[in-house]
Write a protein that binds this ligand. Structure first.
Ligand code: FE2
Length: 220
């Protein structure tokens, strides 16, 4: 058990030291989520993936993928598929500088997380979609049609509610998964979602009703 933990920690350190250019919020990112081929990827072979961010914890368990693990990867993929467009819309439609800044964090955070989820889904043989959910696509359309103060308010509240709910999901996944790759993925997603919660709260535009909505959703 101790050896497994040591190996997993070592793999995380390697990943963190890799030249992935993470965490710089430059505003220059225009990365679109890259489509994934239909039919999912090959099952984990553990031996061909050598770049730092995609390093598989050697000797770790990546063979057990539960339904919760699968749903988690799908949710991370779909988060990127709507939050990157939403963040981009903030750059043109928002009036608040804090909302524009939150949008930049969304674009950068999900560009990085989307690359990781595509790699991990392929390694684990999990099929992930190329389209956000119908609800998420509706949110993007609502944002596209809003501007100024109306956009700012909508953006802060819709995105804060969504992040509050997935933050709770990540805790469940991290607590229960037996899969070392999913553990690493949950760690990265947790950091990204926490950053997004904070920049959205920094807008000062999140209503009490939004927090209450999240409370009902996560305690249900
Ligand atoms: Fe996010």
């Amino acid at each position: 058990m101790a050896a497994v933990i040591l190996i997993a920690v070592a793999a995380m350190l390697v990943a963190l030291q890799g030249g992935s250019g993470r965490a710089e919020v430059t505003g220059a990112s225009d990365t679109e989520p890259v489509p994934v081929p239909a039919g999912g990827g090959p099952h984990a072979d553990g031996g061909t993936h050598s770049d730092a961010d995609g390093a598989v914890p050697e000797g770790g368990d990546i063979g057990t993928v539960t339904e919760v693990d699968r749903e988690f990867l799908v949710a991370v993929r779909q988060a990127g598929l709507w939050e990157i467009p939403a963040g981009r819309l903030a750059q043109t439609n928002a009036s608040s500088e804090a909302v524009k800044r939150a949008g930049l964090h969304l674009m950068d955070g999900h560009a990085e997380l989307d690359q990781l989820v595509r790699e991990d889904a392929q390694l684990l043989g999990v099929e992930i979609p190329n389209e956000a959910t119908a609800e998420q696509r509706r949110w993007v359309e609502q944002l596209r049609e809003a501007e100024g103060a109306e956009f700012d308010k909508l953006f802060a509240n819709v995105l804060r509610a969504s992040h509050g709910k997935i933050f709770a999901t990540i805790g469940k996944v991290r607590g229960a998964t037996q899969n070392d790759l999913i553990r690493r993925h949950a760690r990265q997603a947790n950091q990204t979602v926490l950053d997004h919660l904070e920049v959205l709260e920094d807008t000062g535009l999140v209503d009490a009703a939004t927090f209450e909505e999240v409370e009902r959703a996560v305690s249900g």
